[in-house]
Design a protein around this ligand. Structure first.
Ligand SMILES: [Zn+2]
Length: 337
């Protein structure tokens, strides 16, 4: 039987009491606890927590939603290639599979899945980002396959086993309780479905050496006539500093999180080696100016393929900038970690 978006919307639950949410004339409320949920530009805000960290995260990401695409080089080949690679297990599912995304941002990954014919539920705690996702997806003419909710990844407003697969890209490290979010993904995904945690920053201790060298250089410059110029540069870069948590995960830590949530990890990929440094450098330039700094696509493609090769060597793999981990919510013979 063909699944429609209205069938998916019927699976919404109240984030306060977990009972079914009723929708009448665009108004969302819970019959059991009588909680009414407001909307912003007709997108429901299905959040029960007024946590300070979550409020700040939401406000920061809303404030950059219109420049997010430029700031994070979303049009770059390295992003296209590795995001698509990360989502491969979901792209292989049959058409009109129902997919949940947490921390959807501006809808970049959903567009790839929608083009494959899937139905995607886009959720993010930031109203600005969800509005931008709806705008970007609408521009591609894919709006009829997607639903949009302002929701908390640690308290997903959907019934158990609502989705064929769920995923989160480069957002888990923003959360206060990443384990809780993975447990929620497991709860909302059908038994045997894929759960993908993609592009999460690797913890590599030698980055501390760079930080030490940078702070040493900073101390020296602060005692020279170049002090005022340097201060201005730092202030510009700080405009886009994440407001709260900047978490990283070692390979062991991210595998352990999946295990603790009751998932079987079937594959872990190291993502970005040279591309990570290119991205970091160009992002810094983008933050310091209003330009979109890029490198030639053919040169970038060389580094992308080099990174693909490096990821195949087990020891080098540990130096990747990010991890993508593919899990299932069943006991699996191929389990790793
Ligand atoms: Zn309720």
């Amino acid at each position: 039987m063909k699944t429609n978006l209205s069938d998916v919307e019927a699976l919404l639950i109240c984030p306060v009491c977990s009972q079914t949410i009723i929708r009448t004339k665009g108004h969302f409320f819970c019959k059991k606890c009588n909680h009414h949920y407001p909307t912003v530009q007709s997108i429901p805000i299905l959040i029960s927590s007024k946590d300070r960290h979550k409020t700040r995260e939401a406000a920061y990401h809303s404030s950059i939603s219109d420049i997010y695409r430029r700031l994070h080089h979303m049009a770059a080949y390295r992003n296209y290639h590795f995001h698509k690679l990360s989502l491969k297990p979901i792209l292989k599912l049959k058409k009109r599979s129902i997919i949940l995304e947490l921390g959807c941002g501006i809808g970049y990954d959903a567009i790839t899945l929608l083009k494959k014919g899937h139905l995607v539920v886009e959720t993010d705690i930031s109203p600005g980002q969800v509005q931008e996702a709806r705008k970007q997806i609408g521009k591609k003419g894919l709006g009829r396959q997607a639903l949009f909710y302002i929701a908390d990844a640690e308290n997903i407003p959907f019934a158990n086993e609502s989705f064929n697969a769920s995923f989160i890209v480069a957002s888990l490290h923003h959360l206060e309780n990443p384990l809780r979010a993975i447990q929620e993904m497991k709860r909302c995904t059908k038994y045997g479905g894929s759960i993908i945690i993609a592009m999460e920053p690797n913890r590599y201790e030698w980055i501390l050496v760079f930080r030490f060298v940078f702070s040493f250089i900073k101390q020296i410059i602060m005692h020279t006539p170049g002090k005022r110029f340097f201060q201005k540069v730092i202030e510009r870069a700080d405009r886009y500093r994440e407001p709260t948590i900047e978490r990283t995960f070692s390979k062991g830590e991210i595998l352990l999180l999946a295990k603790q949530a009751g998932l079987s990890a079937v594959e872990i990929k190291g993502i970005w080696f040279f591309c990570g440094f290119i991205h970091w450098f160009l992002t810094m330039l983008n933050k310091l100016s209003t330009k979109n700094w890029t490198i030639r696509t053919d040169i970038e493609a060389l580094f992308v393929h080099l990174d693909d090769v490096l990821a195949r060597f087990p020891i080098l793999n540990n130096f990747a900038c990010h991890w993508t981990i593919q899990c299932t919510n069943t006991q699996c013979k191929k389990e790793i970690g």
